[in-house]
Design a protein around this ligand. Structure first.
Ligand code: AMP
Length: 300
């Protein structure tokens, strides 16, 4: 059961075209209402719903988009088997008083002759960008389109996909898109596994093993937060623990600056530890902030 704010009289409207989306938003704008957009690929869970609640605290109307974006999947990735559950998603959206569901088709988003790619350089290189060529171009292109179709005051993105959040913040700043990009903290299952639409791929046994990823990251983040600078040892140990637990391929475990995503070898400001690893046929990603207490000089 999902929590709901009770606001009698609000209904979930579903639209599937840019024209219908803009009609509804224009009406809201004429009433002076502020609007948020939460882009998703559906198969909604508590992580998505947490972003809606963050948005509701800032604006009057919340639009959720559901679009399984073919442009961000590689040829051997899970586009075909990605869960598509619109009726269940709509029910969840109603329970949390979402105002509008925008669910465009592939032809609405990419009509015949579509020829534009939006590329954010720098922060999309490395990490997931290194192992999923073209993925971030697919993300930044579709989100640029969604933002321009909707022109929301704010858009909320989960820190679960931290590199994506940084890339989308760049996108809006660089292209003067007048939307404030806000982060939402990672929502986790009771044992610490980051909630994800892809967790349904995990077998019972894999689900037990999956928790090791968040445990390893929490250990690395806490060791570094407590003063360790031996990143190489911590990362090697973490990769070994994942392998021993049953992960078959650790794509990366890295310490990066939280804003620039540049590799760091010592902690001088906000940083994160980020990782991606395969468990059977499922690719899991996770990340955690490294919080070193601020340095205070000794009294004179
Ligand atoms: P997706 O449907 O996986 O493309 O995700 C849509 C949005 O929900 C993205 O901004 C994700 O970062 C965010 N999201 C997905 N899982 C979580 C989670 N466990 N906690 C917070 N946000 C999440």
């Amino acid at each position: 059961m999902f929590e709901s704010r009770s606001t009698p009289g609000r209904e979930l409207t579903i639209v599937r075209t840019v024209e219908d989306l803009r009609k509804t938003i224009t009406k809201w704008r004429a009433q002076g209402l502020r609007v948020a957009l939460i882009p998703t690929m559906g198969a909604l869970h508590h992580g998505h719903l947490s972003l809606i609640r963050i948005a509701q605290a800032h604006v009057d109307r919340v639009v959720v988009s559901i679009f399984v974006n073919p442009m961000q999947f590689g040829p051997n990735e899970d586009f075909e088997r990605y869960p598509r559950l619109e009726a269940e998603d709509a029910a969840k959206l109603r329970e949390v008083n979402t105002d509008l569901l925008y669910a465009p088709s592939v032809t609405v988003m990419y009509p015949k002759g579509f020829a534009t790619t939006v590329h954010v350089a720098g922060v999309t290189e490395g990490l997931c960008g290194a192992v999923r060529p073209g993925h971030f171009d697919g993300v930044t292109t579709v989100v640029a389109k969604l933002l321009l179709q909707c022109l929301p005051d704010i858009a909320v993105f989960g820190e679960k996909d931290y590199q994506q959040f940084v890339a989308l913040s760049h996108l809006c700043a660089d292209l003067d898109i007048p939307t404030r990009i806000m982060p939402g903290p990672i929502i986790r299952e009771a044992d610490g596994l980051a909630t994800s639409s892809r967790n349904v791929y995990l077998s019972g046994e894999e689900r037990q093993i999956a928790v090791t990823l968040s445990r390893v990251l929490r250990h690395i983040a806490s060791e570094i937060s407590n003063g360790s600078d031996d990143f190489d040892r911590l990362i090697a140990e973490g990769a070994r623990q994942l392998g021993e637990a049953g992960f078959r391929n650790v794509e990366y475990i890295e310490i990066r600056d939280s804003e620039t995503l540049k590799p760091v070898t010592t902690i001088n400001g906000p940083a994160r530890v980020l990782a991606a690893a395969w468990l059977g046929k499922t690719r899991l990603i996770d990340n955690m902030p490294i919080a070193r207490p601020p340095f205070s000089p000794p009294p004179l």
